[in-house]
Design a binder for this molecule. Structure first.
Ligand code: FAD
Length: 218
């Protein structure tokens, strides 16, 4: 099952609960933007999506530390030189260009495959990123620059000093309904299963004929 060993190169925190971790890219490790690897931890496996760019000399991941979780605390505590066994890259949550407008919807670290798409040169998309606080808007400048529309959906209170792109105050489903009239879209949904379930119900009732791609993180 294990195909590669990844060696930690660097880790830095993006917020109190989320960090980016970089590994030395092993020879022969090739992947498509949006793919992930499984980190093998005894009998368990946890999947994480590469951020890209695919040609970089390192492999980067954006990881939320789940307190009390089995594996994410091990990544959070990892030091330079530590090694982890992973599967080969896999998965089908990749970007397929089409004449329809692409609308990407992420919650939390579900932003990872969209960062990979942007780093592979995809432009002109609409993106809704659902977070509890603006601190969770990782990669926002990069994403906002590349997209046609970038709409943070912030469900918690907005701090007085917030100076980011115009936010929607609420969940991504409500943000979608408020800002995207019925039309011809390709939806890409990534993150919490609950968000994906809610969005599928909205898409079924409001965006007839839309194409939908989903990636559930947990
Ligand atoms: C295809 C795929 C790609 C993924 N890519 C990423 C990624 O790029 N970055 C990333 O951070 N995670 C990603 N995940 C989630 C990751 O695989 C783990 O599930 C997560 O890190 C928790 O693992 P754990 O062992 O620490 O917690 P566990 O011991 O598995 O879980 C403990 C509890 O926390 C809940 N939980 C799990 N994940 C979260 C979360 N993010 N927030 C809140 N509660 C949670 C679980 O439901 C469970 O109740 C991905 C999952 C899948 C299936």
């Amino acid at each position: 099952m294990t195909e590669f060993t990844l060696e930690v190169a660097e880790r830095h925190w993006l917020s109190e609960e989320t960090f980016e971790i970089r590994f030395v890219r092993p020879p022969g490790f090739d992947y498509l933007p949006g793919q992930k690897v499984g980190f093998v931890d005894g009998a368990a496996r946890r999947d994480y999506t590469m951020l890209g760019p695919v040609a970089a000399g390192h492999l980067s991941f954006c990881v939320r530390l789940v307190p009390g979780g089995r594996f994410s605390p091990k990544l959070a505590a990892a030091r330079r030189g530590d090694r982890f066994a992973v599967t080969a890259p896999f998965g089908f949550f990749t970007f397929a260009p089409s004449p329809r407008q692409a609308v990407w919807v992420a919650t939390g670290t579900g932003i990872a495959p969209f960062v990979a798409f942007v780093r592979a040169g995809v432009r002109g998309f609409d993106l809704l990123h659902g977070v509890r606080s603006p601190r969770g808007l990782y990669y926002r400048e990069e994403l906002a620059r590349a997209g046609r529309r970038y709409r943070p959906c912030i469900s918690g209170p907005l701090p007085d000093d917030y100076d980011g792109p115009s936010p929607f105050g609420g969940r991504v489903g409500d943000g979608l309904r408020a800002g995207w009239p019925p039309g011809d879209y390709d939806f890409y949904l990534c993150g919490r299963g609950e968000m994906i379930r809610d969005l599928l119900a909205i898409i079924d009732s409001r965006y007839e004929g839309a194409h939908v791609h989903t990636e559930r993180f947990y």
